[in-house]
Design a protein around this ligand. Structure first.
Ligand SMILES: NC(=O)c1ccc[n+]([C@@H]2O[C@H](COP(=O)([O-])OP(=O)(O)OC[C@H]3O[C@@H](n4cnc5c(N)ncnc54)[C@H](OP(=O)(O)O)[C@@H]3O)[C@@H](O)[C@H]2O)c1
Length: 245
């Protein structure tokens, strides 16, 4: 049964992935920044699925604690088969434009903290010569748009980071999975008017569990975002810059 570390485990999407793993007897190590939410998620998984669940509090911006977290999770289950990185914030683009501090905070949580953590995880998985590193990025990373390019830049940067990691770790038998959701109905998008393109966290969580199990490289969830984003990437820049997106 897989041993799974989930970072950002209180995320609505991550909870659904954790449920899918717990239902199949996986052993889970959960990490999140809010101790109360984290213990509520862990307790729920224990009660619902009689799952083996351990947890540790971590704010991902606290990069000095990453080694400790990964080490604890590895020792807890005698190794790890899957690490899912799910934390993230959706910054207010207008506030980012007005504030360097706001822009840097978004980049720090969404990109710097994630890249730092992945550096620790990659070294551990390279040593054990197995495992799946799964990271939730976003379709927003596929093309910069005026309305959310700070968030998109962090996710796009992660896309390149993960490509490189995949290329490096393939020889060591380690899978690197990038998950690109479109709109998902979670607390992150609570303020966004809902339309037909929104998916439920349950649907997205199940798709992520499936992609991890099948050792995929890159998945769009739901699937229709792949052709949609291909179309958006194909629009020439001289046309794209004129669109209000
Ligand atoms: N919802 C969407 O439409 C959508 C679309 C594409 C990609 N995504 C990505 O999917 C992932 C999960 O998001 P979600 O939709 O499930 O939203 P969510 O429920 O709001 O989850 C976001 C999670 O990130 C955690 N977090 C934020 N900053 C953190 C930090 N510094 N250290 C540790 N944890 C931190 C939050 O912790 P707290 O609970 O303590 O706040 C929360 O658990 C994110 O990477 C997001 O960018 C979401």
């Amino acid at each position: 049964m897989p041993r799974v570390l989930i970072v950002g485990a209180t995320s609505a999407i991550a909870i659904e992935v954790a449920k899918a793993f717990a239902a199949r007897g996986a052993r889970l190590f959960l990490s999140g920044r809010d101790p109360l939410k984290l213990s509520a998620v862990a307790d729920d998984l224990r009660v619902r699925y009689a799952a083996q669940v351990e947890s540790a509090v971590l704010d991902v911006s606290d990069v000095a604690r990453h080694e400790d977290l990964v080490g604890r999770a590895l020792r807890c289950w005698g190794g790890l088969d899957v690490v899912l990185v799910a934390h993230g914030i959706l910054p207010d683009q207008a506030r980012c434009e007005a504030s360097v501090a706001e822009t840097l905070r978004a980049l720090e949580i969404n990109f710097i903290g994630t890249a730092a953590l992945l550096t620790v995880v990659a070294a551990a998985f390279e040593r054990q010569r197995s495992g799946c590193i799964a990271v939730i990025t976003s379709v927003a990373g596929d093309r910069g748009r005026g309305s959310n390019y700070v968030y998109g830049a962090a996710k796009g940067g992660l896309h390149v980071f993960l490509q490189g990691l995949r290329n490096r770790l393939h020889a060591a038998g380690v899978t690197v999975l990038e998950i690109k959701p479109g709109f998902v109905d979670t607390p992150m998008t609570a303020h966004v008017p809902k339309g037909g393109l929104f998916a439920s966290p349950h649907r997205v969580g199940r798709a992520i569990h499936r992609a991890i199990t099948r050792r995929r490289d890159v998945v769009y969830v739901p699937w229709f975002w792949r052709p949609l984003m291909l179309g958006i990437r194909l629009v020439p820049e001289r046309v794209f810059k004129r669109l209000k997106l």
